[in-house]
Design a protein around this ligand. Structure first.
Ligand code: PHE
Length: 513
């Protein structure tokens, strides 16, 4: 019957035939540049065909210990001490002075001195009344010990059994000085049988490689004979196209957690909003440019919004006309209820914040109140790489007594720190409803840049008084767009991607946050 072997096994057999010697398995694996396990499985195939085998042998390996390695670099202590004498051209020196000079550990120093004496390079005498070391030799050739040490350069591991008699003596000296390691290992020696040595390679047939094992191969046992195509476990498996949470929603949830961890409660409000909560309650005059069609989407259906209780509407009207009881002189024009009744697609979440102030008034609530809103807003913007007409705002407010700009900056720092930005700066800004107002920028280390994040401030009395929020109670507020941050988080250069949803990119996103 002809012999069938895998290609790899035939190659190994060929090499063993050519070498015609027994060889240690890991050495052979190195030579063939194959994994040890692959080699041993090939040897098993040789064994199955009675062509070869292996024998186990115990052996010792020796190498330098950690201390030994440092001497390889710096020289043995005796060489180090000698170096000091030679460098400073010292012929005689007080033992203690030499020790101070050598800066060696006490034990090592005496080991060094004793070896210097053994080498007959120095002598020690107390004849002068002092304990002195005298340099007596002229030449200081490399010692046998040093030569032996060099054998282990580049962290060599040496087979103990190949050490010469002379070398064994050096080994014992170094081993006693704890400079060597000696470990027992089991080696596998690979050999060929008589049949293996003599069989002509041409008589052996090569087994074909298969990538799949069939049930027939399994039941008949022939699978063992086939050369299986290697399976690469580092290659990714097939892509699973399952539904997952959208990256933007993941980020929103992260922001929710940040606010919740800071003791804030989430609020939400209608997307279809009245101009009243959106502009009038925020003390934006009715002819303010931000109200205009080019910025805000007005609705035809529904065309008219319900306004809150009459007296609150009146309070807002008064602040616009003459400041009401807020201490302001107002805008000095006649406020028109019909303009306030117009309906808009909410252009900022501050409208929702205003509804929360109204609720605070109605329920006669106690401070502090800490709420946030992460929600969709709409603006009449031309779409491009960095502008959307429909996006998300993140907004937080604190209603409390005697809170100041310092508290606001503290909150902002904490909020942005939790978002992953370690440094923030604030600059004076302007919003019709806050005084003072601040622009907030954060430091983005990945780009080494300061990025503008959004606005913040303390609501003006004109905004808070109609809802009964009066000194010393104040409202701290801040808000920003979300998608700009999302672009940084997800490394997108086009803001529209979050709504156009490039499927390839979404598929690359992880399932979990
Ligand atoms: N509403 C502002 C905007 O849309 C942000 C802001 C919120 C500013 C709260 C100050 C206070 O940009």
């Amino acid at each position: 019957m002809s012999i069938e072997l895998k290609k790899q096994v035939i190659d190994i057999l060929k090499i063993l035939q050519e070498k015609d010697i027994e060889i240690e398995a890991s050495k052979l694996a190195d030579e063939l540049n194959v994994d040890y396990i692959v080699l041993m499985s090939a040897i098993n195939d040789l064994i199955d065909n009675n062509l070869g085998g292996f024998r186990e042998e115990e052996m010792y390996q020796v190498s330098l210990s950690q201390e030994g390695l440092t001497y390889l670099e710096k020289g043995l202590p005796e060489r180090q001490i000698l170096q000091i004498l030679l460098k400073n051209e010292i012929k005689e020196i007080n033992l203690d002075d030499l020790r101070a000079e050598a800066k060696l550990d006490e034990n090592l120093f005496y080991v060094g001195i004793s070896n210097l004496k053994k080498n007959k390079w120095v002598t020690q005498s107390k004849a002068t009344g002092e304990n002195k070391i005298f340099l007596i030799a002229e030449e200081f050739p490399e010692t046998q010990l040093e030569k032996f040490l060099k054998k282990f350069e580049s962290n060599e591991i040496v087979d103990y059994s190949i050490l010469s008699k002379e070398e064994l003596m050096q080994f014992d000296v170094l081993n006693k000085r704890k400079l060597m390691n000696k470990v027992r290992k089991t080696q596998r020696i690979i050999y060929l049988t008589k049949k293996g040595k003599s069989i002509p390679i041409s008589e052996i047939q090569e087994l074909k490689q298969v990538s799949k094992i069939t049930s027939e191969m399994l039941s008949s046992g022939t699978w063992k004979k086939y050369n299986l195509k290697p399976f690469d476990v580092t290659k990714p498996g097939p892509l699973l196209k399952a539904g997952k949470i959208h990256p933007l929603v993941n980020l929103i949830n992260e922001i929710r957690e940040i606010f919740l961890s800071m003791g804030f409660i989430e609020i939400r409000g209608p997307i279809i909003e009245s101009a009243f909560y959106n502009f009038d309650a925020l003390f934006q005059p009715q002819d303010h440019p931000a109200r205009e069609l080019q910025d805000t989407f007005y609705l035809n259906n529904p065309k008219v919004a319900k306004l809150p209780e009459k007296d609150r509407v009146l309070a807002v009207k008064k602040t616009h006309e003459n400041g009401g009881d807020s201490g302001s002189i107002g805008w000095g024009y006649e406020w028109d209820e019909n303009i306030a009744k117009k309906t808009v697609l909410r252009p900022h979440t501050t409208a929702t914040t205003m509804r929360r102030l109204a609720q605070f008034y109605r329920n006669n609530e106690k401070v502090p109140v800490k709420v946030f809103c992460v929600d969709r807003v709409f603006r009449n913007e031309k779409l491009d790489k960095s502008h959307l007409a429909e996006f998300t705002q993140v907004e937080g407010i604190v209603i409390d007594d005697n809170v100041t700009l310092c508290d606001l900056i503290g909150l902002l720092s904490e909020f942005y720190r939790k978002m992953g930005f370690k440094k923030i700066v604030t600059r004076p800004g302007f919003f019709p409803y806050t005084e003072p107002s601040m622009e907030v920028s954060v430091y983005y280390d990945k780009l080494d840049e300061w990025l503008e994040m959004g606005g913040s401030g303390i609501f003006r009395p004109e905004v808070t008084y109609p809802w009964g929020i009066k000194e010393p109670t104040r409202v701290l507020a801040w808000g920003q767009g979300l998608e700009r941050i999302a672009m940084l988080y997800y490394d997108r250069t086009d803001i529209r991607d979050f709504y156009i949803n490039p499927i390839k990119w979404l598929r690359e996103q992880s399932y979990l946050k």
